[in-house]
Write a protein that binds this ligand. Sequence first.
Ligand SMILES: Cc1cc2nc3c(=O)[nH]c(=O)nc-3n(C[C@H](O)[C@H](O)[C@H](O)COP(=O)(O)OP(=O)(O)OC[C@H]3O[C@@H](n4cnc5c(N)ncnc54)[C@H](O)[C@@H]3O)c2cc1C
Length: 396
Amino acid sequence: MEKRELVIIGAGPAGLTAAIYGRRSGLDVLVLEKGVPGGQINLTDEIENWTGVIHASGPELAESFRKHAEHFGPEFREAEVQKIEIKDGSKLVVTDNGTIEAEAIIVATGAKFKKLGVPGEEEFTGRGVSYCAVCDGAFFEEQEVAVIGGGNTAVEEALYLTQFASKVYIIHRRDSFRADKVAVERAMTNDKIEVIWNTVVKEIAGDDMVTHLVLHNVKTQEDSKLPVAGVFVFVGMEPNSKFLGDMVDAAPGGWIKTNEKMETSVEGIFAAGDVRDKYLRQVITAAGDGATAAMAAYAYIAEQLHLRQKVFEPEHAFIFLYSSIDEAQMSLVSQLEELTSHVKDLALIDGYKNARMVEKLGVKSMPVLLELSKGNILRSEKIESLEDARKFIGIN
Ligand SMILES: Cc1cc2nc3c(=O)[nH]c(=O)nc-3n(C[C@H](O)[C@H](O)[C@H](O)COP(=O)(O)OP(=O)(O)OC[C@H]3O[C@@H](n4cnc5c(N)ncnc54)[C@H](O)[C@@H]3O)c2cc1C
C-alpha cells in the first residue's frame, strides 16, 4: 500500500498553507483535492481582508495560493476522500482513487452552503437557484434577483450582484444584519438594493425557470409573492466532515473539535480551517490553522519516529519514563542524564508529553524504568534515585 508522511485532505487556504509549512519542514506531503484548488474563495469576487492585499478576486488569490504551495513541491492529487480508517494502529485514507497509509493526516475540507430546505429549492437548483454569485451572477443581466440571508456573505454577494441585476432584494428573517458595518453601509446606500426585513421564503416557484418566491412575514404573518428570475441562498454553512462519521469529537452540526495545536481527539489526525469548531471562518484564520496543524503534525511525526526507534523497534532497550510536571522527577532526570553516555540503549522519555505511548505500554505510574524488547516489557521498577537506576541496569 502507498505510504506517505503527511496527507492533507482539501486544497483550500488551510490545506495549501499546511502544504507550504509541511514541505518547508522537510515532510513528504500529499494533498488530496476533489475539486478546484483554492476552495471556497473561488466563489467570491471580492477579498479585501487578506493582509497585504487590498483587493483581489477570490480566483486570483486561490491561484496565487496554489502556485505558492506548488513552489515547495508537495504532490497534488485529484481524489475525493471517502473515509479514514485506523487498522492495527495505522491511519488509512480511503479515496475514490486508492487507499493511502499516512503517518499524520490534516483534515482541511472546509465547509459548504446550507440549503434553505423549502419546496422548489432542489427542483430549481441551476434553473434560477444558486449558491454562488460569482459563478451565476452574469446570467441575470438586467433581471430582478433575491438574496436570502443577513450575514457578511449575503450582503457582500448582494452588492456584487448589482453589477448585473436591475434590482437585488435581500430577504432577511430579522430586522437587522449580522454583517460587517462597512458592507452594510455600502448595501444600504446602493440604489439597486432593497431589503425585505422580518421575512422568510416559504416556496421557490416557477415553470422551466424560477419566476417568483412565496414570502412569509414573521411579524405580520402575511404571505406575499415576489417576482424574481434568480435566488441566491446564503443562509450559513455546514462542515464537510460527514466522511469522518463519528471518528473524531465534533460540536453540534459536525464542526470538528481541536485543541490549539489543531489536534483532534484521534492521535495523528489534525483539523484546520472552516471545518473546525471555531469563532471566525475566514481565509486568514484558515491559513493560520493550516500553518499550526502542519507544524504540530511535523512534531508528531518526528516524535513517533523517535519513539519507534527508541522504544518499539530495538531488540533491547532501557526506558526511563518520567513526568515533566513533577519537580522531584525532573531532578532525577538530570541525575540520570549522565548515565545515557555510558548506557547506549537507555533513553529518558517524558511520559507526560507522550501519554498515548505510556498508555500503549500499559504503564500505570511514573517514574519507572523499563527493560524492553521490541516494545514488550521484560522488567519494570519504580525508580527513586540514581542508585536504584544503576542497580536495575546492572552497572556500578
Ligand atoms: C461566497 C464567499 C465569500 C467569501 N468571502 C470571504 C472574504 O471576503 N474574506 C475571507 O477571509 N473569507 C471569505 N470567505 C470564507 C473563506 O473562503 C473560507 O473561510 C476559507 O476558504 C476556508 O478555507 P478552508 O481551507 O478551511 O476550506 P475551503 O476553502 O472550503 O477548502 C476546502 C477544500 O477541501 C475540498 N474537499 C472537501 N471535502 C473533500 C473530500 N472529501 N476529499 C477531497 N477534498 C475535499 C474542497 O473541494 C475544497 O477545495 C468567503 C466564502 C464564500 C463562500
